[in-house]
Design a protein around this ligand. Structure first.
Ligand SMILES: [Ca+2]
Ligand SMILES: [Ca+2]
Length: 480
């Protein structure tokens, strides 16, 4: 009976994995684990003949597959991804109730620092606002700005959010954002340029000018349904506030009698007469990418009396020239009027119906006013008119002409006709070509046709050469 009891006790002891005659033991293998910054799972073995428990020193970045057990076992250790600049370590400690102890040292290496700092550029419009900049991910980062007008809003893995104050100056201004790792290594240098305006050259373009007017059945005249269409050719929202539509002063066409003018050199800038400005305080008139705004000479429904003419009551802006003259203008109260900085007509402004004008859109800086422009930017010099054997000299300063600085110019288009073309009134930098409607001066087949910018691959073509960029004698876009 006694023998039998001993045998049962021995079997029980074997089943329990513990030999009462053997001292408790405990070991771990391997005794160290290493993780890359990506983290992941590794394992170690426990060899023991007794129960044990495991702790991790409160290192929250590692998780164990189990924290207690008995006898031999395999433990999975999972490390979280690591983004700091200096390595981190932890100790896994295994203990038994009877005082045995084993440890496994864990280290995780930091992400490899960038070979060299990344450099990138960020453009911000004058209105300022928040922008998010992508930087290499996988690092804990800090960011600083060297200008008080540009604040760091937040940093997180892979991105920095900045906020710019509005630029009230008339100039571009620069800031540098430095993004560093926790040991000070530079990850990224962001050169920030804030504009003095809310739309840049090439972003908002003159897509179309409908100067001919729609044909009237049985008439040699046309309807007065003239309009200009401006389109956002960029990938972001632009603002049309304070965009000024200007008309040329210089005539680059010979008169039908053969007279022509010679003008003083104008190296940089546009000599203009009429100046109409989209109102707004900076961001009142957003134009979404690919979208357009229409400036109607008169925002009236011409289709009501001429089925070939357009309904312009849905135009975004209109030229309203008042009623205190012999050809009173009509104001559509539902369509915002352009601000008049200068109009050359004693009555109402219209586009040259035979297509002998040049047009541009420009942006006067924030500090510029109509009064200041008219006072300070007058053009002067001598214009010479050649007519047969006669030569006339004229003092330009007596004319209504102002010089728009070249840096204000967003886009320009010359219109002319082959039989009258003499030269382009604006320098090649603004438009080195010209476009047209009709084949000769007075050609009534021009009615119902517009000049329209071509598009390629979903973008308008803009090479500052309207001979290339525009389709002459085009079907007006409002037909579609
Ligand atoms: Ca009008
Ligand atoms: Ca109106």
């Amino acid at each position: 009976m006694k023998i039998k009891l001993i045998a049962i006790a021995a079997i029980a002891a074997i089943l329990a994995g513990c030999n009462p005659t053997e001292a408790p033991n405990l070991s771990a293998d391997p005794t160290s684990l290493s993780f890359t910054s990506a983290g992941g799972t590794s394992m170690f073995h426990i060899t023991s003949n007794t129960s044990w428990s495991i702790s991790t020193d409160g290192a929250g970045w590692i998780q164990l597959s189990t924290t207690s057990g008995e006898g031999g076992d395999m433990i999975n250790v999972t490390a979280q991804p690591f983004t700091e600049a200096l390595a981190r370590s932890a100790t896994i400690t295994i203990t038994t109730p009877t005082g045995q102890m084993a440890t496994v040292a864990v280290v995780q290496t930091p992400p490899a620092p960038p070979a060299k700092p990344e450099e990138q550029n960020l453009s911000i419009i004058a209105a300022g606002g928040e922008q998010t900049v992508k930087v290499p991910s996988g690092y804990t980062i800090m960011a600083t700005s060297d200008q008080t007008w540009l604040k760091i809003v937040s940093v997180s893995d892979g991105e920095v959010k900045v906020s710019a104050e509005a630029n009230g100056t008339d100039e571009y201004r620069d800031a540098k954002v430095k993004v560093v790792l926790t040991d000070g290594t530079t990850l990224s240098e962001i050169s920030v340029k804030q504009s003095w305006r809310n739309v840049e050259p090439g972003e908002l373009l003159i897509e179309e000018v409908y100067f001919t007017g729609s044909p009237i059945e049985g008439s040699t005249r046309s309807s007065e349904d003239q309009y200009i269409k401006l389109t956002n050719n960029s990938d972001h929202v632009v603002y049309a506030d304070r965009v000024m539509f200007v008309m040329n002063y210089m005539s680059g066409t010979k008169t039908s009698a053969g007279a022509y003018y010679e003008y003083p050199e104008l190296e940089d800038g546009l000599a203009v007469t009429d100046m109409y400005v989209i109102p707004g305080k900076g961001t009142d008139y957003p134009v979404e990418p690919g979208k357009s705004i229409v400036l109607a000479i008169n925002a009236e429904n011409y289709n009501a009396e001429n089925d070939k003419a357009f309904d312009l009551t849905k135009a975004d802006f209109e030229f309203f020239d008042g009623t205190d003259h012999s050809f009173p203008d009509t104001d559509n109260p539902d369509v915002t009027n352009l601000d008049i900085w200068f109009k050359s007509s004693m009555t109402i402004t219209q586009l040259h119906g035979r297509g002998l004008e040049s047009y541009a859109i420009v942006t006067p800086p924030a500090s510029e006013t109509a009064d200041a422009l008219l006072a300070n930017r007058h053009w002067s010099g001598t214009r010479i008119m050649y007519f047969n054997e006669f030569v006339f000299k004229q003092d330009i300063s007596k004319h209504d002409v102002w010089v728009i600085p070249g840096e204000w110019v967003l886009d320009a288009v010359n219109c002319s006709l082959a039989d009258l073309f003499y030269f382009n009134p604006w320098a090649d930098a603004f438009d080195s070509g010209w476009t047209f409607c009709g084949e000769f001066d007075g050609d009534t087949s021009r009615y119902g046709k517009s000049v329209r910018r071509r598009s390629e691959g979903g973008k308008l073509v803009d090479t500052n050469n309207s001979t290339n960029d525009f389709t002459p004698n085009a079907t007006p876009s409002l037909v579609e």
